[in-house]
Design a protein around this ligand. Structure first.
Ligand code: PMP
Length: 403
C-alpha cells in the first residue's frame, strides 16, 4: 500500500505524528466519507421519506441508493438491509424481535469469543425467556470449530450467534462451514453473524455465508459513527415484530392493531442519521476502490511483521494471543511485569494509539486466564514506520517499568 492511501486520511495532515493502531475500536475516515457527511448538511439538509420538495426528494433518493449499494456490498438485496446505529443496535433489535421465537426449554448458543454486544443481548434474552444459554469454546488458535458444534447445538437450539472475526484474537472463522454445520444439526436454527470486525477488512457475503442475520458498524469500515447495517433474510425479516415504533414505519395507526410497513422500513422508526448513511456510501466506495483482498493482505503483512519484531525484541517476556500466524490486522499481547493499561498509557503519551483492557470481551479473557491484554490493530493507512514506532514505544515502557 503506498502513501497515497494514507494521504486520503485528513487526520494525518492535522496530526502528522499520529500512529493509529486502534482501528479495531474505530477506523479513521477518508476524505470522501468526511465530505459526504458535510456535503449532506451543506447541500441537502432535508429529511427522508416525507417532503415533496426537491432537496427532500433528492435526500430520499440518495438514502435508498445507499441501501442498494450497501446490499451489494454484503451480498444481499436492498429490502434485506436495515439501517441501524451500529452492530450493537442491530443485535439488540434481534434480541427484541426474536423474543417471541424462544420459550422455556429452548436453547440459545453463543461463543466464548464474543464481544459483549453479541453476548449480553442473548444472555438477557435467555434469562427473560427461561431458555438455556450455551457457550461454545474456541480452539487453541482462537477459532470456532464447526465439528465441535454437535456438542452444543441440538434440536432445541433456536438461535446460534457468533462473530466472523474476533476483536481480540484477530482469528477469522469459517462462517460458511459453521452455518452449514449448525443447519445440518438443526435446519430451523436462526443464525446471527457479528461482522463488526470483518466488514471493510475482508469480503462479507451474506448469500455465500447463508446466515439468517448479520450485523456490522459503519465506523469500523472507514465510515461515520451513527450508522450500521442489519442484514436479514427477507422471509424472516418480514415476520419480525418491529423493535421501535413511531414515524416512518407505519401504514395505519388508527386501527385497533397498527399496520406496519414491510421490511426494512418497519425497523427504521424515526429520523435516521442521514448524514452518516450518506457517509457510509462513500466508505463503501473507498473499500471497493482499494479492494477487500488488498486491504486484507496489507493488514496481514503488517501484523505478521509486527508479531515477528515483537518476539525478536522482547523474547519470552511477550505473549502474543490468538492464532500462530496472523489472520488479519489485529494483534493482542501481554508483557511480563507491565499491565496492559500502563503499556497503552506510555504509548499514548507518544501519540501511539493502542487499546488495553478486556476489549468488551470478558468471557474471552476469562477463558484465556488473563485479566486484560494490549491490542494493536493495523489497517489500510498503517505503514512499517508505525511498527518501528510501536517497538520503540514498547521499549520505552519496558525501561520505565523495569526501574
Ligand atoms: N462486535 C465486535 C466483534 C466488535 O469488535 C465491536 C466493536 N468493538 C462490536 C461488536 C460493537 O460495535 P459497535 O460498538 O459499533 O456497536
Amino acid at each position: 500500500m503506498d502513501n497515497s492511501i494514507k494521504n486520503r486520511f485528513p487526520i494525518f495532515v492535522a496530526r502528522p505524528g499520529l500512529v493509529y493502531l486502534d482501528s479495531g475500536a474505530t477506523a479513521l475516515k477518508p476524505d470522501t466519507a468526511i465530505e459526504a457527511v458535510s456535503g449532506y448538511y451543506r447541500d441537502l439538509s432535508a429529511n427522508v421519506g416525507r417532503g415533496l420538495y426537491r432537496t427532500a426528494e433528492e435526500t430520499s433518493a440518495r438514502f435508498e441508493t445507499v441501501r442498494e449499494r450497501a446490499a451489494r456490498f454484503v451480498g444481499a438485496d436492498p429490502e434485506e438491509i436495515v439501517f441501524t446505529r451500529n452492530t450493537t443496535e442491530g443485535i439488540n433489535l434481534l434480541e427484541y424481535s426474536l423474543a417471541d421465537r424462544v420459550t422455556e426449554g429452548d436453547v440459545i448458543v453463543v461463543t466464548a469469543l464474543e464481544h459483549h454486544s453479541n453476548f449480553l443481548p442473548w444472555k438477557r434474552l435467555a434469562k427473560r425467556s427461561g431458555t438455556e444459554l450455551r457457550i461454545v469454546p474456541f480452539d487453541i488458535e482462537g477459532r470456532l470449530n464447526p465439528d465441535s458444534l454437535r456438542e452444543h447445538i441440538d434440536g432445541r437450539t433456536k438461535i446460534f450467534a457468533f462473530s466472523a472475526v474476533s476483536n481480540v484474537l484477530g482469528s477469522v472463522n469459517d462462517v460458511t462451514a459453521l452455518i452449514r454445520a449448525a443447519k445440518a444439526i438443526n435446519p430451523g436454527i436462526i443464525t446471527v453473524v457479528d461482522a463488526a470486525q470483518a466488514a471493510g477488512h475482508m469480503a462479507v457475503d451474506a448469500r455465500e455465508w447463508d446466515c439468517d442475520f448479520l450485523a456490522l458498524s459503519g465506523h469500523k469500515m472507514y465510515g461515520p459513527t451513527g450508522v450500521g447495517l442489519l442484514y436479514g433474510k427477507t422471509a424472516l425479516l418480514r415476520t419480525l415484530e418491529p423493535y421501535q415504533v413511531g414515524g416512518g414505519m407505519i401504514l395505519d395507526s388508527t386501527s385497533e392493531t397498527p399496520v406496519y410497513m414491510d421490511a426494512p422500513q418497519r425497523f427504521e422508526a424515526g429520523t435516521p442519521d442521514i448524514a452518516a448513511v450518506l457517509g457510509l456510501e462513500a466508505a463503501i466506495g473507498f473499500v471497493e476502490e482499494i479492494g477487500t483482498d488488498a486491504i486484507h493482505s496489507h493488514e496481514i503483512a503488517l501484523a505478521t511483521k509486527a508479531a515477528k519484531r515483537l518476539t525478536e525484541t522482547f523474547g519470552d517476556s511477550i505473549r502474543i494471543l490468538g492464532p500462530a500466524t496472523r489472520e488479519n490486522g489485529i494483534i493482542s499481547f501481554t508483557m511480563d511485569g507491565i499491565h496492559p493499561h500502563d503499556i497503552a498509557q506510555v504509548l499514548g503519551e507518544r501519540d501511539i494509539c493502542i487499546r488495553a483492557g478486556e476489549h468488551c470481551a470478558s468471557p474471552l479473557h476469562r477463558e484465556l486466564g488473563i485479566p486484560a491484554s494490549a491490542r494493536a490493530s493495523f489497517s489500510v493507512y498503517n505503514t512499517e514506520t508505525d511498527i518501528d514506532r510501536l517497538i520503540e514505544g514498547l521499549k520505552g515502557a519496558v525501561n520505565l517499568f523495569k526501574k
